[in-house]
Write a new protein. Structure first.
Ligand code: SF4
Length: 282
């Protein structure tokens, strides 16, 4: 097994919940936790790379197994010989542990219990507060009290949230993410989330029979970020991603990556219009 930045297969390590991946943005190893072993998500983004994606939420998690797998993978990722065998030379460092699955992690009824497992394993490895913990989420479940408690706990662990926002309008979200989550609910969720844990906005920009973020859509997106800030959200910034890995959705053939210069220019416009830091990854 050699990890590359292109291969985000969740079964690389032969484990059920835990998988290693080389992050193209951070040039390091990220240990992913996939709670959605049923490939079920409450959204269906046109660019989603999950094969056989179905609608739904995470199934029951075997917490003891998760603890064992995370402990094992952390030990491997701290072993120089394992790094040498499996990771390209320029990425041989442990970057983070990320709740990032084949679906939306916060649909798990055990979201809080999973965070406790992560806290326990990180503390046992003397990595609590030293290794970055990330929750990658579409933000759709933030209104739930159990998710809010989980976000507060994540912050206690020194963690941060990457909150998906690909469109400003309801139409844009319906087309790209296949969700009916309204602009007002997205705004509420973003403000609540940022109030509970350090939050980055994570945005995918691509060509889906035209650029997904331009014209009215771009204006609406920028306006939404400004509104969130007006309502007190201290956003860390925007992680702007290009379309780099194959979609497994029916729309795949209609999707293209933006030219790197086009993506950079978009990042520049978002930064100028919002005053936020924008980190762009083609
Ligand atoms: S939120 Fe993530 S897992 Fe769910 S459909 Fe979108 S890209 Fe796929």
């Amino acid at each position: 097994m050699k990890l590359t930045t292109d291969d985000h297969g969740r079964d690389k390590a032969g484990m059920r919940y835990v998988y290693p991946v080389v992050s193209r943005r951070a040039r390091g190893v990220s240990i992913g936790i996939n709670l959605n072993t049923d490939n079920a998500c409450n959204w269906r983004c046109v660019y989603c790379q999950v094969p056989g994606l179905v609608r739904g939420g995470a199934p029951e998690v075997d917490l003891a197994r998760l603890e064992h797998e995370l402990t094992t993978m952390l030990a491997r990722a701290r072993d120089p010989q394992w790094m040498e065998r499996h990771v390209p030379q320029d990425a041989r460092r442990l970057n983070d542990v990320a709740l990032s699955g084949n679906g939306e992690s916060t649909t798990s009824a055990q979201f809080e219990a999973v965070l406790e497992v992560m806290a326990k394993v990180l503390a046992a490895a003397d990595l609590l507060g030293k290794l970055r913990v990330v929750l990658i989420t579409n933000g759709s479940m933030v209104a739930h009290a159990r998710v809010q408690r989980g976000l507060a706990r994540l912050a206690e662990l020194g963690g941060e949230v990457w909150f998906k926002l690909d469109a400003g309008t309801d139409e844009g979200r319906a087309r790209l993410n296949d969700t009916s989550m309204s602009r007002e609910r997205v705004l509420d969720a973003l403000v609540t989330c940022a109030g509970l844990a350090p939050t980055w906005v994570q945005t995918m920009a691509l060509d889906f029979e035209g650029p997904t973020l331009s014209g009215d859509e771009e204006r609406s997106y920028v306006e939404l970020l400004l509104l969130a800030r007006e309502r007190g959200a201290h956003l860390r910034g925007v992680l702007l991603y290009g379309f780099a890995r194959a979609s497994h959705q029916p729309e795949a053939a209609r999707l293209r990556a933006l030219e790197p210069a086009e993506l950079q220019a978009l990042g520049g416009r978002i930064a100028q219009a919002t005053g936020l830091i924008v980190q762009t990854t083609p």
